[in-house]
Design a protein around this ligand. Structure first.
Ligand code: NAD
Length: 289
């Protein structure tokens, strides 16, 4: 199992619960934590349902699914979750202040050998790591949504990340069943930078009345062979998360990433995507959190 045996995951939202699912299936003792106890209960229910679906589809055996479920634990505080962890993966909202708060706390309470990873989609791991006394042991692990299905993991090497930490993050990713690409830190890494650009352009088109959301989605799916349209995707990702990424790219990489005013307006209206049952499209049936 290598040097990592216990993984703590901080934040049990869309991503945290998926990372927990993949970590438990990868054989790790997995401890999931969230500020909100209700979110943890929903995460547990969703992980069980997703494991059951994987069994139905023949992707996982029933006994592997049960063993994975048995490796999951739920903690009521960051301290309780991270105390015995060899690696902590943070998946709280995409705001630098939240990441810094969590990393400052983790640095105080974790063993000196514990590695700290962030699932940030765009933020600087170097900046997050700078609030700790273990910058060498900090790394980016950018998973994709839905984590239990998506193959890719971007492992991000920050300025100070050492070789052992990088190798451990790659190893953990592989055990979780992911294909791993290692990249040098840069805002938005590979995928978020390109995806934010496409998604933002789609909002500008919608705002300009060039076509309906459904037709823009259709055009990218049927004409460019994208598996999902940009609006279907942003509804799954969360419009607030996308806006946070664009604001960061705009600040760090320049004008071409300025968020489309229509996206900003949707977020202000609380149209956050599937998680709020209304984003670009409406989802009367969906209860995802
Ligand atoms: N949504 C995506 O498609 C996607 C894809 C890749 C990476 N990411 C990144 O993953 C991270 C999490 O995104 P998400 O979509 O899961 O967000 P989310 O809003 O669904 O979940 C965040 C969770 O963190 C919890 N939380 C907030 N502050 C906390 C704290 N101090 N301690 C413990 N829990 C806390 C919240 O209660 C919430 O359940 C972000 O950095 C995001 O950019 C998201």
């Amino acid at each position: 199992m290598g040097q990592v045996q216990t993984i703590a995951i901080i934040g049990a939202g869309i991503m945290g619960r998926g990372i927990a699912h993949a970590a438990a299936l990868g054989g790790y003792r997995t401890v999931l934590e969230d500020l909100l106890p209700g979110t943890l209960r929903k995460a547990e229910t969703e992980i069980r349902a997703n494991l059951d679906k994987a069994v139905e589809r023949g992707k996982v055996t029933a006994s592997d699914a049960d063993s994975a479920f048995g490796r999951l634990e739920y903690a009521g505080s960051v301290e309780e979750a991270a105390r015995e962890a060899d690696m902590v993966i943070e998946a709280v909202p995409e705001e630098m202040e939240s990441k810094i708060e969590i990393f400052t706390l983790l640095d105080k309470i974790c063993r000196p050998t514990t590695m700290l990873a962030s699932n940030t989609s765009s933020l600087s791991i170097t900046e997050i790591a700078s609030v700790t006394y273990r910058a060498k042991k900090c790394v980016g692990m950018h998973f994709f949504n839905p984590v239990h299905k998506m193959k890719l993991l971007e492992v991000v090497r920050a300025l100070e990340t050492d070789d052992d930490t990088l190798a451990a993050a790659v190893e953990v990713g592989k055990r979780m069943g992911k294909e791993v690409v290692v990249i040098k830190e840069s805002p938005g890494f590979i995928t978020s930078r390109i995806n934010a650009m496409i998604g933002n352009e789609a909002f500008y088109m919608l705002q300009e009345g060039i076509a309906s959301a459904a037709d823009i989605d259709k055009a990218l799916k049927l004409g460019l062979n994208h598996p999902m349209g940009p609006f279907e995707l942003v509804d799954m990702v969360g419009l607030d998360t996308r806006l946070n990424i664009l604001e960061y790219l705009h600040k760090s990489l320049g004008e071409k990433y300025r968020p489309a005013p229509l996206l900003v307006q949707y977020v202000k209206a609380g149209r956050l995507g599937r998680k709020s049952r209304h984003g670009v499209y409406e989802y009367p049936e969906v209860v995802s959190k």
